[in-house]
Design a protein around this ligand. Structure first.
Ligand code: ARG
Length: 305
């Protein structure tokens, strides 16, 4: 891995940047970044869930729900905060601003202009906290943990394309950590990010909504995870963003589900805490998108919860 002062990397020759020379981050516990919903609102429509919900979220209720999530998360992990920025109402969904592993942060290059203002503050925060920065050119959109997720061991990357993130940057993103990558094609506009329909879980499990993917992608998932480790969600569960979960060891934090999914997860050894995140569903996101993992993923999958 090379360190350089270049502020941008091209698809051919990537480079990591740390001009500040802050010591690299070190985590003993799973650690997540959150951004308070101080400026959260729906001011524009960039996904089907936002349509009809312009200015509908209650900021007070959103704050209460976000705090509940944050308190619950703090019982099993450390939580850091990045200040919310006025004019970036979606910044609360901080999970899409980057993807992080081994102290290297691949910073997003948002597809929509409305979210591009989030890139500078996250880049600065990560750099100030010692992360090496991996950039992606503007021409190839990349939306952080919204569209790229590591397997439980942190050795393989699942990367989506079809709506937001561009397929052409998958290899470039995986090069940040020199890991293998599988591209998955999203085909249902309601599940415009991978984190809405696919969740690698501890213990080698995966939870996913098969219909959100094309046939080749379903096959790729099904050949990587044996049938006994696959937890398929129904459409009803998928539209409640049941795949958008925070998983630490055997604990799962998720939005409320009205079906038997919690029991199915319990049968696989997971203990589920449900938190009503209704105000964030209006913006098209849920538990997972409200956090950005900063520590290595193996800390989450090995910690006994
Ligand atoms: N309004 C945000 C967007 O469209 C919501 C992000 C939440 N998305 C998610 N994948 N969980 O970018």
């Amino acid at each position: 891995m090379s360190s350089s002062t270049a502020s941008n990397s091209s698809l051919v020759s990537g480079s990591v940047t740390n001009t500040v020379l802050t010591p690299p981050p070190h985590f003993e516990r799973p650690t997540f970044l959150m951004c308070a919903p101080q400026w959260y609102d729906i001011n524009y429509v960039i996904n089907p869930w936002m349509a009809g919900n312009l200015h509908r979220p209650s900021r007070d209720l959103a704050f209460a729900q976000w705090k509940r999530l944050s308190h619950q998360l703090q019982t099993m992990a450390d939580v850091r905060l990045i200040p919310a920025v006025p004019g970036s109402p979606d910044m609360v969904f901080v999970g899409h601003t980057a993807a992080v592993q081994h102290g290297i942060a691949a910073v997003s290059s948002f597809a929509h202009l409305q979210r591009q203002a989030e890139e500078k503050p996250i880049r600065r925060w990560l750099q100030d906290h010692g992360f090496l920065i991996w950039d992606t050119p503007r021409e190839t959109a990349f939306e952080g943990e919204g569209d790229v997720l590591f397997d439980a061991e942190g050795r393989h990357l699942w990367a989506a394309h079809g709506v937001r993130t561009c397929r052409n940057c998958h290899r470039h993103i995986a090069d940040a950590w020199q890991v293998s990558v599988t591209s998955l094609h999203l085909v249902d506009p309601r599940f415009y990010h991978l984190d809405l329909c696919f969740a690698p879980l501890a213990g080698g499990y995966v939870m996913y909504f098969p219909e959100a993917f094309d046939a080749a992608s379903r096959e790729a998932i099904e050949s990587a995870y044996p049938a006994g480790r696959r937890i398929q969600v129904t459409e009803l569960e998928a539209v409640a963003f049941s795949c958008n979960v925070i998983n630490i060891g055997r604990s799962i934090l998720m939005n409320t589900v009205t079906t038997d999914l919690a029991h199915r997860l319990a049968e696989c050894g997971f203990s589920v805490t449900q938190i009503d995140l209704s105000e964030f569903l209006k913006g098209g996101g849920s538990a997972k998108s409200l956090v950005l993992r900063l520590s290595d993923s193996y800390l989450e999958t090995t910690v006994a919860a």
